[in-house]
Structure formats: C-alpha cells, structure tokens
Design a protein around this ligand. Structure first.
Ligand SMILES: Cc1ncc(COP(=O)(O)O)c(C=O)c1O
Length: 417
C-alpha cells in the first residue's frame, strides 16, 4: 500500500466488536489475564509485541494500534511508544549503554539529547564524543574499541545540518554497532532511515507526526528483537509510557501527515527563498535551498526538505527581539511541527558557549553555522503569502526592546554569572 493509504488504514483493522470505523480509545490501566498457560507466560514475560496486554505501562490496545501504524510507515519491524521524545531517547540510551561504554553523537542536536549525553551520562560512566556527523570522517576518527552506538539527528535541530545516513550506517556496521537516527524533523513522509541502513529511528511524536500541537509523545522503531528489549527493559522500568489518550490523538494526526508535510514543505521553500533575498537577513539555512552546504546530500535521502528554517539576522539579538515582538501570524514559542507557525531565538552564548561539554573546537565549528545567534522557524500550515508578509513587516520593524534588549541581556548575564 502507498504511504497515504497506510497512514489511514495501516495496522489494526477497525473495531471488530462494535463496527466502529475509528480506533476506539482504551483508557484502561490493567487487563484480565489469560488463563494459566503459555499465553499468560508470554504476556508476563513481554515476549513479543502481540502478547496479551497486562498493564498499560507495558502495552495497551490504543498504543499498540499506533505502534503498528508507525512501524508500517517507517518500514520498521516494530515500534515502542513513549510519553515524550526525550522518554524515548533516554530509554534507548539506558537500554543499549552500560558504564564504560562510548557513544558518538551529533554535536548539534536537540538540546535535551545533547545535554543528557554531555551532562548526565558521564555520571553513569558513559562517555560521548560529540562530532559534526555531517562529516563521516569525524565519525570514523571518533570510533574507539568501546564504542557501542552512533547517534545522529538529521536534519539537526536547530542548525539543519544533514548527515549521510547510508555512509554512517556503513561505518557503524563495520564497527559492529547500531546507527540510531532521530528523524523528527523529516518524518517518514520525507525520509526513511531504516531503508537507508539505520538500525533504530527515533521521533518526537509531539511534532509533525501528531501535527496538532496538543499531545506529547515519542517512539523508537527498529528490528522486533531490539525494540522488544527496549520495551521490556526500559519502558517498563523507567516508566515513561504514553497516555492512551495522547496515542489516540497522535493516531488521528497521523492520518493527514502526508498532506500536511506537503504544505509545510511548499510553504518553507517559498519562505526560505524570500528570506534569502531579504535585506535584513544575513544567512538562511534550509536544506531545500541550493545555497545549503548539504543540499546535494539532502536530495539523495529526503523526498522534500521539511518545514524548518534557520536564519541569522544582520541586526543580531536586537533584531531577533524585535522580530519576536512584531510578528502577528507567527508565535514566538519553542516546539515545531504544529499547524501554527512558530519562531524561536537561540543566542550562541546561552546555547553553545555556556555548555560545559563543548570544547573550543566544537564551539568554533558550531559558530560557523549559528554566528552570534540563530532564529529557528517552524513553518506552519497558514498561507505562505500571509507568513511572508508577517515576517517582512516584523523584520523591517523597530522596537524599544529591540534597541535596549541586548544591553539588558548582557547586564542580566553579568548579574547571574
Ligand atoms: C529532534 C528532536 N528530538 C527529540 C525531541 C524531544 O521531544 P519531546 O519534546 O517530545 O520530548 C525534540 C524536541 O524538540 C526534537 O526537536
């Protein structure tokens, strides 16, 4: 079946008992167990993803329906859902890594992930080499005898670097370790990491897959055995289970993923081209632009280039403050993949320079992309013309806060130093 059809019909058939055409929502925590015998042991030992339900932290019919559909969309054998993207990321690390192990990861990826690796995993004696994963040689050079995992985000949040999934999968497999790809920015509508050689795919379901900005969620997809191990060991023990209500919302959102991604991509390309020619904009990063350093690579592994844009403004932080103040259709907010267009500013000193796990080499490499600060735009589903008009008036605007904000920021920084 084609992607559009699978996103609506994939996985569980409609409710056999009532004939309801939509998946019912099962808000139940515990389940009547099978009678003593093989089915009971299969369920209690969480032997496979078909076993009878025991308790919702282990599995639930609404979650299972979503997991089956996600696995079909991602070309994966199996999927396990979590309460958030970060619950999925942490469950993966805590299942696959032990004290004394080493991980190679994208130096620029979602702040929660890089902070977990850089600040917390060392407490459990897990060491991380943060490298520019858009350069396969850096990944190769970082390999150690105790490397257990290569973890990449592509496109990477927030700078939109692209990593070559095929080449990194070959490097990982030669070293006998799995390649994990956080594909949140692309979604399975635009990029299929498993088909390109990755072993596990992670998504924050909170973003495009739900697509409506009303439910947190996360998922890990991959081979059945590995996914079941993550479920048995870390979904059950760390406990970050997805709420069935959120699963039901996400399943509903998934049905329009294909159409939404088309519109996000069309809007983003139009806006990126507009921004590239704007007098107040210094640099635009969008993988669909010919000027993006990894545009040619992006074309080989993405069918379109997503709804995320990063840009540097000629007026620096003052201009970013004004932009956030002046926008009317956009909202100044974090997150992404919602119908509503959002934008957020990352000052380099706060998000990069202040991070204790970045070396001067990391900082210098990242600065080449971010400059003093980067505006990240999540292009929504509104009319591209309205979004462009909104950005244009906001970029040309002047505000008092934009004028004095950078000096106040420096004073606040000195006070808290
Ligand atoms: C690429 C990426 N991965 C993971 C996460 C974490 O997801 P969640 O907010 O659902 O925990 C985010 C959140 O922004 C993200 O952008």
């Amino acid at each position: 079946m084609d992607f559009e059809t699978l996103s609506i019909h994939g996985g569980e058939p409609p409710d056999a008992e009532t004939g309801a055409v939509r998946q019912p929502l099962h808000m139940a925590v515990t389940y009547k167990l099978p009678p003593f015998g093989i089915k009971l042991f299969e369920a209690l030992n969480l032997e496979n993803d078909q076993a009878a339900h025991v308790y919702t932290r282990w599995s639930n019919p609404t979650l299972r329906a979503l997991e089956k559909r996600l696995a079909l969309l991602e070309d994966a054998e199996s999927a396990v859902t979590f309460a958030s993207g970060m619950a999925a990321v942490s469950a993966l690390f805590f299942t696959l890594l032990s004290g004394g192990d080493h991980v190679i990861a994208s130096e620029v990826c979602y702040a929660g992930t890089v902070e977990l690796l850089g600040q917390h995993m060392p407490r459990f004696a897990v060491q991380t080499s943060l490298v520019d994963t858009s350069d396969p040689d850096q990944v190769r050079r970082a390999l150690r005898p105790n490397t257990r995992l290569i973890y990449v985000e592509t496109p990477a949040n927030p700078v939109l670097r692209i990593a070559d999934i095929r080449t990194l999968a070959a490097i990982a497999h030669e070293a006998g370790v799995p390649l994990v790809v956080d594909s949140t920015f692309a979604t399975p509508a635009l990029q299929k990491p498993i088909a390109l050689g990755a072993d596990y795919v992670i998504h924050s379901l909170t973003k495009y897959l739900n697509g409506h900005g009303d439910a947190l969620g996360g998922v890990i997809l991959g081979k059945a055995e590995g996914v079941q191990r993550i479920r048995r060991e870390m979904l059950v023990h760390l406990g970050g289970a997805l709420s069935p209500f959120n699963a039901w919302l996400i399943q509903r959102g998934l049905e329009t993923l294909h159409m939404r991604m088309q519109k996000h991509c069309e809007n983003a390309l139009q806006i990126a081209r507009f921004l590239e020619n704007h007098p107040r904009v210094e640099r635009v990063f969008y993988p669909g632009l010919e000027s993006h350093p990894h545009h040619e690579l992006a074309k080989t592994q993405m069918s379109a280039f997503g709804g995320m844009i990063a840009l540097r403004l000629k007026g620096g932080m003052g201009a970013a403050i004004t932009l956030a103040e002046k926008v009317k259709v956009f909202t100044y907010a974090t997150s992404l993949g919602h119908p509503t267009s959002l934008l957020f500013y990352y000052p380099y000193d706060l998000y990069v320079d202040a991070m204790p796990f970045y070396t001067p080499t990391h900082k210098q490499r990242i600065r080449q992309w971010t400059g003093d600060g980067l505006v990240r735009i999540s292009v929504g589903l509104e009319s591209a013309d309205d979004l462009i008009a909104d950005l244009d008036q906001a970029l040309r605007g002047r505000t008092l806060k934009g004028l004095v904000g950078p000096a106040v920021y420096q004073m606040m920084k000195r006070k808290t130093a």
